[in-house]
Design a protein around this ligand. Structure first.
Ligand code: 4HQ
Length: 264
């Protein structure tokens, strides 16, 4: 997968190459990340990437011209393809709270592209005409306000990279943890058996693999019911999980805490 990034802070985005799974994926040539600085594409007043908004109001807006020029230069270079062959499709994404929420399902879909171009805005945002002319899709990382699209861009690149074959090494099948089954993950424990008075749940020490599997599935349901009931409404559950969910709901109605901490 080839990622292109349009940004005023390329050194921030290049940190993806300094450690972790993205650095390893670059070294293995599973991904490449090529940044262009929007400031290098200004035409009129040298190096001016922002202007005051028409209609007044606080803050500045990024001009369409350098964004369009940077995006088109990147798209042209990326369309050449890794092998120099022309015509590869480049999907262009702008990161903004106004976009559709990014999630694991969207990460899976985006992982199918050969080339993704991610555009980072700063200030109050970008001239809407740049979005109209050059952006295929607007994505939001969540309902909060950042100072630029660089951190969302890095999050999107990491989420996609994890899904590429070979990126995680040996444990490729367990890639999506929480969201493959659309439920939250179960709690995890490692040594020691007791830490500051809190004990590891008995069943995890039992060696009974079927019991452990059932307990983990149930605790994943418990957490999801407690923390993200919205996920339960859309989840596809097995018949065992439906029975577990029924039991968890009954316990909660009767004032019994189904969470692992009750054992303590
Ligand atoms: N910003 N998800 C404002 C975000 C954001 C988000 C990026 C701040 C765009 C102009 N992007 N700039 N949340 O807060 O994607």
């Amino acid at each position: 997968m080839r990622f292109g990034v349009i940004t005023l802070f390329p050194e921030l985005v290049q940190a993806l190459g300094t450690g972790g799974i993205t650095a390893r994926a670059m070294a293995r040539e599973l991904i490449s990340v090529s940044c262009r600085n929007t400031r290098d594409f200004t035409e009129d007043r040298p190096s001016s990437v922002d202007e005051r908004p028409y209609g007044g109001g606080p803050g500045m807006v990024m001009s369409a011209q350098p964004l369009c020029a940077a995006t088109r230069a990147a798209r042209e270079a990326m369309a050449e393809g890794a092998d120099g062959a022309a015509g590869a499709a480049v999907h262009t994404v702008y990161l903004t709270p106004q976009g559709r929420r990014f999630d694991q399902a969207r990460a899976r879909e985006l992982a199918q592209h050969d080339a993704l171009l991610l555009v980072c805005g700063r200030y109050e945002g970008v001239d809407e005409r740049f979005i109209a002319s050059d952006v295929d899709e607007e994505l939001s990382l969540g309902d909060f306000v950042l100072s630029g699209g660089e951190l969302p861009t890095m999050a999107v690149i990491e989420a996609i990279t994890r899904l590429l074959p070979g990126a995680l090494g040996h444990e490729d099948s367990a890639v999506e943890d929480s969201f493959s089954g659309a439920l939250l993950d179960c709690p995890h424990f490692t040594r020691p058996e007791e830490f500051e008075g809190r004990k590891v749940p008995e069943v995890l020490l039992s060696g009974d693999h079927a019991a452990i599997r059932d307990w983990r599935a149930e605790q994943a349901l418990v957490r999801t019911v407690e923390r993200r009931p919205d996920l339960i409404r859309n989840a596809v559950l097995t018949s065992v999980q439906r029975e577990q969910l029924e039991r968890v709901r009954q316990q909660r109605e009767q004032g019994v805490n189904p969470n692992w901490e009750r054992e303590q």
